[in-house]
Write a protein that binds this ligand. Structure first.
Ligand code: FES
Length: 149
């Protein structure tokens, strides 16, 4: 049986939103404490709506598929809506990831939040979902436990 489903394979083979933005409104990076891989996500924001997003990663195929899906999910959403997206939703949109690859989707989720955090700092905005948020805090194990099959 194949390890990855067709949606994951499609986003891995033909990832969307790869690259960097010129003068992004927010830029976030996140390094996985699980595998040591890195993710960068940048966003362009107009009137509180994310109008573009790009990613670059040193992560694996699951990280590429997750970021392709996650950036596609946030484009067109308001900042508040984008902050509500969880890595479980990213995994669900991908039709599932093998349990050992769940942490790769966390890279995308955290890099998005870090990009929004950066935007909020630069634009002088506050969001309830970012209250007490620490962009450097390591993801802990409970998030992995929540999304077991
Ligand atoms: Fe590191 Fe997937 S193993 S991002």
């Amino acid at each position: 049986m194949a390890l990855y489903n067709d949606i994951v394979m499609e986003h891995f083979m033909n990832p969307k939103n790869v690259g960097e933005l010129e003068n992004p409104d927010g830029s976030g990076t996140y390094g996985s404490p699980v595998c040591g891989d890195m993710m960068q996500i940048q966003i362009r924001v107009e009137d509180e709506t994310i109008v573009d997003a790009k990613f670059k990663t040193f992560g694996c195929g699951s990280a590429i598929a997750s970021s392709s899906m996650a950036t596609s999910m946030i484009i067109g959403k308001t900042i508040e809506e984008a902050l509500d997206i969880t890595n479980k939703q990213i995994i669900d949109a991908l039709g599932g990831l093998p349990p050992v690859k769940v942490h790769c989707s966390v890279l995308a989720d955290r890099a998005i939040k870090n990009a929004i955090y950066d935007y909020a700092q630069k634009a002088g905005k506050t969001y309830a979902a970012l209250e007490g948020y620490d962009p450097n805090e390591d993801e802990d194990e409970h998030d992995h436990g929540d999304i077991e099959e």
